[in-house]
Write a protein that binds this ligand. Sequence first.
Ligand code: MG
Length: 159
Amino acid sequence: MRVGFGYDVHRLEPGRPLVLGGVAIPFSHGLRGHSDADVLTHAVCDALLGAAGLGDIGEHFPDSDPRLEGISSLELLARTCRQVAQAGYRIVNLDATVVAQAPRIAPHREAMRQRLAAAAGIDAACMNVKATTTEGLGPAGRGEGISAYCVALIAAHRP
Ligand code: MG
């Protein structure tokens, strides 16, 4: 068994679409980034790459690559999972936390879990999404951005 950790943060800007865990959430602001800036999915990718010893998301999907502009991060997650499988591992479970003062994440949490699990090719029971605010503290509390954390557990295909 191997464990990996992922962390990401993106800045919020007015008028951009907000996508978290592959779910479009109605909100006045969205996240800035080269892809769809889905900070939650990026943290999941990084946790998986870390667990498999495959580097990080910036190395695999550089923001200088014009083919990745505006791409759905669920596609990046699917590609990440193929690489993890090729490296000889299967996903045991993924546990992620979104840190956002607004909007409220809870109503969308189940949809995020389903989308992420589908993109990763795992049972939804092996994917968990949590959310918290920072009680108004720090950059997330001031609504300047949204961050996400994820831990991944993977195991060798054959023991
Ligand atoms: Mg990112």
